[in-house]
Design a protein around this ligand. Structure first.
Ligand SMILES: [Zn+2]
Ligand SMILES: [Zn+2]
Length: 341
């Protein structure tokens, strides 16, 4: 069924080497439970960056993008979960809902994701429209801006990692990396009464952190000596050895990161005798996406957005994040079909 007169749209396609603005087919409703969404904004995330740097696998020719919000334009037969006109945020972490893993708390490890991962192996959201199974669309709370809601997906990711980190109320938590994920972790921790530490060297991100969260303490891990964090959340994926070195005895290190080539050399004895727990969170479970939608009502997530760039100027957006440009010069960068979310 074709809902719109146009048959094509603009989208950012991964051509196997980099991002290309291309004319691509308008997505069809296809399966009965699906919905056609007019994209309002997509956040560029570490996974997109890793794909474009050749450090995370994606199917060449795919439309990129998975952190996204928009308006439902049409729905197939089926669930009635959303209606045309609904403002929604997309949960891009597919699960089939029927296999043995999906019938337990382990839906996030569903083995049937092939061909279903938005912006990786099926058409993503850096485009004017996207088709998504209605199960993965969450209506926005009344009055929530798209600018705030577009950060719900990375917030869900942060919640999964903080759940594994499980800091006590008075534990000191060091967040390694002051990108959007690190800053979201710091925001959540601050809202829980923590005074998070942040390890970040990039001056743009240090300045942004001080503006958004004045109570954050920027530290250099090399100089931590007698003061040690009880928990380290490494949002960079490349600081695992450093995190294990600086964490307090009995402490926990949670490692995030999407880069295939990132490895670390760890001293087994140092982990064993100091009682260090090293953990990863895996993808967030569906229930934490719901929590992220609720938490977003009280967290000023939009303050992490430094740039909104129209699709037509997508090269600039990626350059801000060091893809085809130099270093990071931004916090969260949004791509929008017409320039504003
Ligand atoms: Zn992402
Ligand atoms: Zn499944």
């Amino acid at each position: 069924m074709t809902i719109l007169a146009a048959r094509t749209m603009r989208g950012v396609v991964f051509d196997g080497a980099g991002p290309v603005l291309a004319t691509v087919p308008l997505p069809e409703l296809g399966e009965p439970r699906s919905a056609l969404v007019r994209v309002r904004a997509t956040g560029i995330c570490g996974t997109d960056r890793a794909i474009l740097l050749g450090e995370f696998p994606a199917v060449p020719g795919v439309v990129l993008g998975h952190e996204s919000v928009g308006e439902v334009v049409a729905t197939g037969e089926g669930t009635g979960r959303v209606r045309p006109g609904d403002r929604v945020v997309i949960n891009p972490t597919y699960y089939c809902g029927e296999c043995p893993e999906c019938r337990t708390e382990r839906a996030r490890y569903c083995p049937h994701k092939d061909g279903r991962e938005l912006g990786i192996d099926c058409p993503g959201t850096m485009a004017e429209f996207v088709t998504v199974d209605q199960r993965f669309l969450h209506p926005l709370p009344a009055g929530m801006s798209y600018r705030r809601a577009v950060l719900i997906e990375p917030l869900a990711c942060v919640l999964a990692n903080l759940e594994v980190a499980a800091p006590g109320w008075d534990d000191t938590v060091l967040v390694a990396g002051g990108g959007p994920i690190g800053m979201l972790a710091a925001l959540v921790l601050a809202a829980r009464g923590h005074r998070p530490w942040l390890a970040e060297r990039d001056p743009v991100r240090v300045r942004l952190a001080a503006e958004v969260l004045p109570e954050v303490r920027v530290v250099h891990t090399a100089t931590l000596d007698t003061e040690r964090p009880d928990v380290v959340v490494d949002t960079t994926g490349v600081l695992l050895a450093e995190a294990v070195r600086v964490v307090a005895p009995g402490g926990t290190v949670v490692v995030m990161g999407e880069r295939e080539a990132a490895t670390a050399t760890l001293g087994a004895r140092s982990i064993a005798t100091r009682g260090i727990r090293v953990a990863g969170a895996g993808p967030y479970p569906p229930r934490l996406f719901e929590v992220a939608v609720r938490l977003a009502e009280t967290l000023p997530l939009e303050r992490l957005i430094t740039h909104e760039v129209p699709l037509s100027r997508m090269v600039e957006a990626f350059a801000l994040l060091g893809i085809g440009g130099e270093g990071y010069r931004a916090g969260k960068v949004l791509l929008t079909p017409d320039g504003t979310a």
